[in-house]
Design a binder for this molecule. Structure first.
Ligand SMILES: Nc1ncnc2c1ncn2[C@@H]1O[C@H](COP(=O)(O)OP(=O)(O)OP(=O)(O)O)[C@@H](O)[C@H]1O
Ligand SMILES: [Mg+2]
Length: 498
């Protein structure tokens, strides 16, 4: 082959406790390309890249870097070979400065004992300048927005002279403008000869910035092709093994609005993020909440759930005031948080225990928990959401990222709350499951549940909502009925404020 490969991973095999996860997977990366790694939740993407970065060791197969066969048994080995990975859970220390984070544990030193602060700052300045990133290396990381964290992570990787950079779902917590800056930076890295592995579930993004796509399915490589020879449908089809195309179709629902709302939000204000917000939600209705990141959507959701205590205004469910989370749960409000790994899961508990946690009362008879009912309910949701796990007793921390997301969703869906608030319900979820989730939301609403969906994916909002509230700077700026929206473009303009 004439191509100049910086990396070849061939016949990679990996099992966990006897369960094969990678089955002779191949991955070839050319110098200076942006290469998307795609596949359904649990396909083995993160595992393959964790093998490359020395987090896991492979059972079999070969890794070649610049035509030399290499052994990677530790993260240090990976670093020596010029490999760096930006994990979804960032590795920065918020209370340290940008410069300190970039050179963490390997600060430039004068003599043997003293860390040379000045040198450290100067070197950080150099790198940031090279990246065209406007960040002061003297500020602490926690004073920066998430978008900048990503940039600091990249600076950190480059300071180690990385020639292969792996990004695992880098845009899932970024706003639109942050994504634009990130893409600019990624293209610049490519032009300087760095090769990038780009893991994402967002097809549009992949086709915007990647040169090539490799698809993993059940631990096998089933497709590697240049983007220009592919269509999104073709990629989705190979990932999911079904004919793709209608995943986000909007179906107008006939919904008779009852006389009385179930949820009333009256003149809610919270800090500078939420300003005098009022709206109502009716049983059986799906309301979407659109807006840029920082427009106050998550803060409103947290006020509804009693997690934030508003400065003024009130939240009523069937006329009862919600002040604390306890009131919210008692009155039938459920919140699926955006940051699910942190807020929604007990990572060291099993799949079953996580799903059944909020239902423990219903499942308890006398002193005993009805295990068989718990198991069958869990199994039902595993099937419904196509959750990939070896069983209900697997620890949640051992599931893939997307499958963890699905568990939190299942946990609250199984409760049948009266009001369900979903903050970015399909983040990190593969495209097959996205349409399943939209289906489930619709059927829950048909049974009378009132649902509030916050989402940055316009396609998703348009597919699921009866009505859309557009937030801007903490206030409701527009209310639009779905049936009156002609195109994604129109909603996009509404969100941008023009
Ligand atoms: N340490 C581990 N122990 C046991 N099983 C594991 C471990 N790490 C990963 N797995 C399993 O390996 C499979 C592949 O997981 P991986 O995280 O690579 O998937 P992924 O393609 O990155 O999916 P996602 O899109 O959801 O992030 C999953 O079924 C997961 O449960
Ligand atoms: Mg993953």
């Amino acid at each position: 082959m004439s191509e100049n490969y910086v990396l070849k991973m061939e016949n990679i095999e990996k099992s966990f406790n006897g369960v094969p996860v990678l089955k002779k997977a191949d991955f070839f990366l050319a110098k200076g390309e942006i290469h998307a790694l795609c596949g359904g939740n649990g396909a083995g993407k993160s595992t393959l890249m964790k093998i490359l970065t020395g987090v896991y060791t492979k059972d079999d197969g070969t890794i070649t870097i610049d035509n030399d066969s290499v052994q990677i048994n530790s993260t240090q080995d990976a670093e020596k070979n010029g490999i760096a990975m930006i994990f979804q859970e960032f590795s920065l220390i918020p209370t340290l400065t940008v410069a300190q984070n970039i050179f963490l544990a390997r600060e430039p030193r004068t003599g043997k004992t003293f860390i040379n602060d000045k040198e450290c700052i100067r070197a950080a300045e150099d790198i940031l300048k090279k990246l065209n990133v406007d960040i002061d290396p003297n500020v602490t990381v926690d004073s920066l927005g998430v978008g900048y964290w990503q940039m600091v992570e990249i600076a950190k990787a480059l300071s180690k002279n990385a020639k292969i950079l792996i990004m695992d779902e880098p845009t899932s917590s970024l706003s639109e403008s942050e994504t634009v800056s990130l893409f600019k930076l990624v293209k610049q890295l490519k032009d300087s000869g760095i090769s990038i592995v780009y893991i994402s579930h967002r097809m549009a993004e992949i086709f915007e910035i990647c040169d090539k796509v490799t698809v993993l399915k059940d631990g096998r490589t089933i497709l590697t092709e240049e983007c220009k020879n592919l269509t999104m449908d073709k990629v989705v089809e190979s990932m999911m093994g079904v004919e793709a195309g209608k995943s986000f179709e909007w179906i107008e629902r006939t919904f008779d609005r009852p006389d009385r709302p179930i949820l009333e939000v009256k003149n809610l204000s919270y800090g500078h993020r939420v300003k005098d917000v009022s709206f109502e939600l009716y049983p059986g209705e799906i309301v979407g909440m659109a807006g840029l990141m920082g427009s106050g959507r998550t803060e409103i959701a947290q006020c509804l759930f009693g997690m934030n205590h508003p400065d003024s205004g009130e939240v009523l469910i069937e006329g009862n005031r919600v002040k604390r989370t306890k009131d919210a749960i008692r009155n039938g409000i459920a919140l699926v948080p955006e940051d699910r790994r942190k807020q929604g899961l007990v990572l060291d508990h099993t799949v079953r225990d996580n799903m059944m946690l909020p239902m423990i009362k219903q499942l308890t008879k006398g002193l005993f928990v009805d295990d068989s009912r718990g198991n069958s309910l869990t199994a039902e949701f595993i099937a419904k959401l196509n959750i990939k796990t070896d069983g209900v007793s697997k620890l949640v921390k051992l599931l893939s990222g997307g499958n963890q997301q699905k568990i939190v969703l299942a946990k609250w869906l199984a409760q049948h709350p009266k009001v369900l608030i979903l903050d970015e319900p399909t983040i990190g979820v593969d495209i097959g499951a996205k349409s399943e989730i939209v289906e489930i939301i619709r059927s829950m609403a048909n049974e009378g549940m009132a649902i509030l969906v916050i989402s940055s994916e316009l396609e998703e909002l348009l597919a699921v909502s009866d009505r859309i509230l557009v937030l801007y700077n903490g206030t409701i700026f527009k209310e639009i009925y779905r049936k009156n929206i002609e195109s994604e473009e129109e909603l996009h303009h509404a969100i941008q404020g023009y």
